[in-house]
Structure formats: structure tokens, C-alpha cells
Design a protein around this ligand. Sequence first.
Ligand code: NAD
Ligand code: ZN
Ligand code: ZN
Length: 365
Amino acid sequence: MSGGRTVSALLARRADLSPTVEQVRLPDPGPGEVRVRIRAAGVCHSDLSMINGTLAPSFPLALGHEAAGVVTDVGPGTDRVSGGEHVVLNWSPACRTCWHCAAGRPWFCDTAGRPSSARGATADGAALHVTLGLGALAEEVVVPQHAVIPVPAELPFDQAALLGCAVLTGVGAVRNTARVAAGESVVVIGLGGVGLSAVLAARDAGAEQILAVDVTESKHALAIAAGATDFLVSDGGLVRSIRARTDGRGVDHAFECVGRATTIETAWRSVRRGGGVIVVGMGARDDVISLSALDVFHSGRVLRSSVYGAADPDRDVPALARDVLAGDLDVTPLITHRISLAETPAALDRLARGEGARSVVSFPG
Ligand SMILES: NC(=O)c1ccc[n+]([C@@H]2O[C@H](COP(=O)([O-])OP(=O)(O)OC[C@H]3O[C@@H](n4cnc5c(N)ncnc54)[C@H](O)[C@@H]3O)[C@@H](O)[C@H]2O)c1
Ligand SMILES: [Zn+2]
Ligand SMILES: [Zn+2]
């Protein structure tokens, strides 16, 4: 590859090898592309899903898709942003012309959301692939201009980064998919960055009961800090405990933020007749849920997923940035570890163990 720049990135050589920080070569921005110097990037469970067999991306793969930074240079014909602008990366940029985009649902865009795409090369010359079109656990990225969203320069980079995945997803599931209303009851199962964002949004929506669930007590304080009214440990008695807190009925909405068939089934049983289960977690192809035909009929429940918060990132990320700057949305409870790029393999191990919430990498300016 002629031209381009060499940067450090978190690289997975194969699904069964631990990722390591390596030098990769990224091209110069082509027509309609921009180069972004990353200033902060979060480690999301979906990065782990690239290498633990849940998804099947191409390798070698630069990980990372939740990030914010500064545009350093732009390719020919780029009119969306210019050098120096602060941006959040968007892992599902909408084409604005396909059937789903035209119908006002850009999160289903035909062109977006592929686990990996080819860009640049490894130090030894192999074709490099980047996670969700970004590969953002890296010093720099080169991406299509519609994969960046300008945000105010006053927004701290670490908080801006979270808007690009965990917050847009968790908040969007509550506001856009479930449309939680004041006085309703919710359960959030799985309290990583995504689930805690759902808790934040449920509190903001005025939900009266916000039952937060995880596998160990270690998430108790985080749940309460995000606005949960109750913390419950996920065990055999969970559905009974949820019903006991809702006059035996079950909650109005359950948000599954783990990505497993068993927790989707638990979410289903936690919801009242006519209530809704929102699957936010991204599970594996062969992990199959089982619901009885009579129960589906009798319960009147709705089971639906929420992809990228059913959001239009071009509209919703700037709106979330305004909320953060106005003090109406505090995303700092999500950040449990501040780390360097070299520490990202340990952050992925923490995600696999269910420890902490977001680990956020800071890069020097
Ligand atoms: N819908 C989307 O567009 C979208 C976007 C981003 C992430 N995701 C998915 O959302 C899920 C959550 O992402 P994250 O980054 O917050 O993950 P995370 O690993 O930080 O959090 C998951 C949490 O679930 C908990 N958990 C595991 N098993 C559980 C059980 N049986 N009962 C209760 N809790 C359990 C873990 O302890 C952990 O706290 C992942 O599946 C991720 O791939 C989806
Ligand atoms: Zn993510
Ligand atoms: Zn489209």
C-alpha cells in the first residue's frame, strides 16, 4: 500500500488467540473519507463477541467500535466535517437511500452493521479487517465521512465515546423501542455499559420501579448509582422475586442486555401479560430460545429486539451530547476503568468475567 500511516491498534489475529497491540498500516483518506485521531475508546461486549465465537468476522481484525476523536484530515469531496472537528464514531452509518432508510429506520440500513470490512494492512502486509467498519481501539481510523458525527468540543472525549455505542443503544432501547412511560416498571438484566445505560434512561423516563439484575452482588452499587430502585441477583428465584415486587403480575418492560437465550427466556417470564421484552444483547446463532405456543398466545407479550437503540445516530448522538452537557444525563457511572491501549486485552478478560462496566482507553492528543 502506498501512502497511508502506521498506527497502533488492538489486533485479533484469529478468534482463538488473545488480541495484542500491533502496528497496522491505514490508507490515506480517499474520496468521501476522513481520518480521525482517536482520543477515547470504550471496550464493548460486541468486541469480545468478535473473538469468542458469537460472531464470525474476518481476520486479522482491528477491534473497537465505540470511540470519539478529532478529524485530522479529509479526502476529496468531503463536505460533512473538516479538520479539527470533534466527532463520535457511528458503527451503523445509514446510506439514506435503501428501503429501510427511506422508511425512516436507518438502524436497519442494508449497507450497515457488517461485523468486519477490509481496510489497510498489517505490519507484515496481510489485508487488515476492521470491526463494524471502524476498528476504533487504535490511535487513528480512516472511515467514510458518514461514519462520523460532529459533537461539541466541550464534551469530554471519554463520555463522547460512550455515546457511540453503549449509551445510544441502552437509552434508545428504553426511549425508542419500549417507549417507557412515567410510573411504569422495568427490569434490566445484565448491567454492563449497555444495561446501565438502560437504567439511566428508565430513571429519566420516570419509571417507578427499576429492577436491575446481574449475576453477582458486585454490580449492586453501580446499579443504584445509575438509578435502579432494586438490585437482584440472577438465580433460580429471580422471576419469583420480580413478581413479588410487582403484585404478582410482572414488570411492564424487560430489557435483556446479556445476549443469551436463557436470559431472554427469563426476561419473558418476568413481564406482565401484554408487556414487552426488548432483546438488546446480541447472542449466538445457535443459542435457541424456547417458548410454549400456548404461553405466547395467553401472555399477549411482545418480544422484539432493539438494534443500535432503534436510533438515528445523526439525530440522537448530538441530542445525547446536549443532554450530557446540560447535566441532564450523567454517563460517568458507566466508566469503571480508565486504561491505556496496552491494557485492553485485560479489559476484554474483565468483560468475559462480567466484571466492572466500561473500560475506556484514553489516547494522548
Ligand atoms: N443492540 C445493539 O445494537 C447492541 C449494541 C451494543 C452491545 N450489544 C450487546 O449488548 C450486550 C451487553 O453489552 P455490554 O457491553 O454492556 O456487555 P457487558 O459484558 O459489559 O455486560 C453484560 C452483563 O451481563 C451480565 N450477565 C451475564 N450473565 C447474566 C445472567 N445470566 N443474568 C444476569 N446478568 C448476566 C454480566 O455479568 C455483565 O455484567 C452484549 O450482548 C452486546 O454484544 C448490543
Ligand atoms: Zn458496542
Ligand atoms: Zn440504508
